[in-house]
Structure formats: structure tokens, C-alpha cells
Design a protein around this ligand. Structure first.
Ligand SMILES: O=C(O)CCC(=O)C(=O)O
Ligand SMILES: [Fe+2]
Length: 280
């Protein structure tokens, strides 16, 4: 006899959200890395002038291209999503001049944050570095502008499936057992929408299998998330958001003045108690 199991309702995991205005503190970033904070939103964390310069560098960048991996959007830089290590590191090496052109020679908030976190972790006996391999090294960030139509500019997803399925050629595979932190810096925002929505659910491997997203973590259906509470980060230019990328999140559709939504993004996480890796 075949028994048909009723689909399991997604388990609710509480969100620990912090939102405030000002400079980002390194101890807060470490709290997100340790899984103590699920979502950290720092408003006006870097200057509008710097944001505008990076956005201008994005728009005129010869490395700007459309994503061809099923996620609608435009990007500069490399993504390890659905790539083996050889391909990802080759992409990273090829994209380096474009990422450098994106950040230009200004004092930018990504490198500033990386250096400050590196110093603080070093004092605690922990190394922070870009992930690397025999094929090359990751870049410090990439830039995105999502172009999904419908309710979401970027559909609900988690960032951990792609790390869990990365394969043994990646040293970052070890980070999937710990909190995978997504760091987002917003350099251009539309007038309305483009919120970062995070749901109170951290899917397991079994949840992903049931949703047919075992290796990608993308996309989860609206029906699956219907009964799950969520929080919307209302973002403005110059804001920084860090989230535990294991929780399902997405970007709501945008409207208003036609300004594009541009962000710098990367991931970081503990690979060992004495090593934090940083990748894209
Ligand atoms: O655009 C955002 O605010 C979030 C981006 C994101 O979730 C991702 O790149 O995986
Ligand atoms: Fe994400």
C-alpha cells in the first residue's frame, strides 16, 4: 500500500533582528557569524557620495553582464552558484579587473569592513581571508541588479544549499555547517519596494528535497511560505544588511522613480574555529 504523506508545514525559527542608524560595529558582525543575530540592518552606514560613485562604476563597467544561470539579474563579478571550483575560480580571476573598476580608488565600505574585521578576528586568534584554491582566489565582492518580474525582483531562496553542494574541491564547503552570512551594501535603491524580506524558516536538507530545490536553494514557492511570518528590511542608499543566509529571503518587486536597485554582496562564515572564509 502506498501512503501519501501530507506535506510538512515549514518549521518556524525565530528571527533575531537588529535595526539602527550609524556605523556598523565589528562585534555585531561577529554576532551574526555566531548565529546570535539573524538580521542586522545598519541605516546610513556609508555615505551617499560613495554609493553614487560605485553605482556609476557599475553602470559604465565593461564587465556588466546578464546572469545566465536561471536567476534573473545583471552582475559584475563571479558567483559560485551551480559552478564547480575550477570554473568559479577561473571566473573570479577573469572578473577581478571589473570588480576593481567597480570599487575604483575610493575608500570603499567593503574593503574597509573586510580589513576591520580581519584585524579584530586576528586579535581573537582567528584568521579571515578570501577563499582560494589551486585555480585562484575569490574577489572581495560582486554587484547585482535584480530583474525578476512579478512579486519578487529576486525570488525567495536560501544561500546555504549552494554551499552544501559546492563539492570537496571548495574549502568553503566546511562553512555550510556553520552560519553562512550574506553581507549586502546598497548603493542605489528605487523609491518604492526592493525590500529584503526574510522569513522565519531555516530549511533543512529534507525541506529542500520536498520543494525540489535540494542543490540550488532557489526558488521557494509562495505557497510554501504562506503561513510563515516574515520581516521586511526597508532599505535606503548607504544601508548595510547582514543576514543569516540559511533563512529563506528574497527581494520584493520595485516601483517608483525607475531608479535601479544596486548592491554589493558577498558571503562569509566560519570554516574552522580559527578560520573565517569570505567568498562570492
Ligand atoms: O538583493 C538583496 O537584498 C539580497 C541578495 C541575495 O539574497 C543574494 O544575492 O543571495
Ligand atoms: Fe541570498
Amino acid at each position: 500500500m502506498v501512503t501519501v504523506q501530507a506535506p510538512q508545514a515549514p518549521a518556524i525559527s525565530p528571527l533575531e533582528i537588529r535595526e539602527r542608524t550609524g556605523s556598523i560595529s565589528i562585534s555585531e558582525i561577529i554576532s551574526v557569524l555566531k548565529g546570535e543575530i539573524t538580521g542586522l540592518h545598519i541605516k546610513q552606514a556609508f555615505s551617499v557620495e560613495v554609493a553614487e560613485e560605485i553605482t556609476a562604476n557599475f553602470i559604465r563597467n565593461p564587465g556588466l553582464r546578464e546572469r545566465k544561470d536561471g536567476v534573473p539579474g545583471y552582475c559584475i563579478g563571479a558567483s559560485h552558484y551551480r559552478k564547480d571550483a575550477a570554473m568559479y575560480f577561473a571566473d573570479s580571476e577573469n572578473a577581478r579587473p571589473f570588480v576593481e573598476a567597480l570599487l575604483g580608488n575610493i575608500v570603499d565600505p567593503v574593503r574597509g569592513l573586510f580589513d576591520a574585521l580581519k584585524r579584530e578576528l586576528h586579535d581573537q586568534g582567528i584568521e579571515l581571508r578570501l577563499t582560494r584554491s589551486e585555480w585562484g582566489e575569490a574577489n572581495i565582492c560582486r554587484a547585482f541588479c535584480w530583474s525578476g518580474t512579478g512579486s519578487y525582483a529576486l525570488q525567495p531562496h536560501d544561500d546555504v544549499a549552494q554551499v552544501l553542494c559546492a563539492g570537496n574541491d571548495y574549502e568553503l564547503a566546511a562553512a555550510a555547517n556553520n552560519t553562512v552570512v550574506a553581507l549586502n551594501l546598497y548603493t542605489s535603491m528605487p523609491e518604492e519596494g526592493g525590500d529584503l524580506r526574510i522569513w522565519s524558516h531555516k530549511p533543512t536538507v529534507a525541506d529542500r528535497k520536498s520543494q525540489g530545490v535540494e542543490t540550488t536553494g532557489y526558488p521557494y514557492s509562495t505557497a510554501y511560505l504562506e503561513a510563515v511570518p516574515c520581516h521586511d528590511f526597508k532599505l535606503k542608499v548607504g544601508d548595510i544588511a547582514l543576514i543569516d543566509g540559511g533563512f529563506i529571503h528574497g527581494v520584493t518587486s520595485q516601483s517608483g522613480n525607475g531608479k535601479r536597485r544596486v548592491l554589493l554582496n558577498n558571503f562569509l562564515g566560519f570554516a574552522r574555529p580559527d578560520l573565517v572564509l569570505w567568498w562570492t
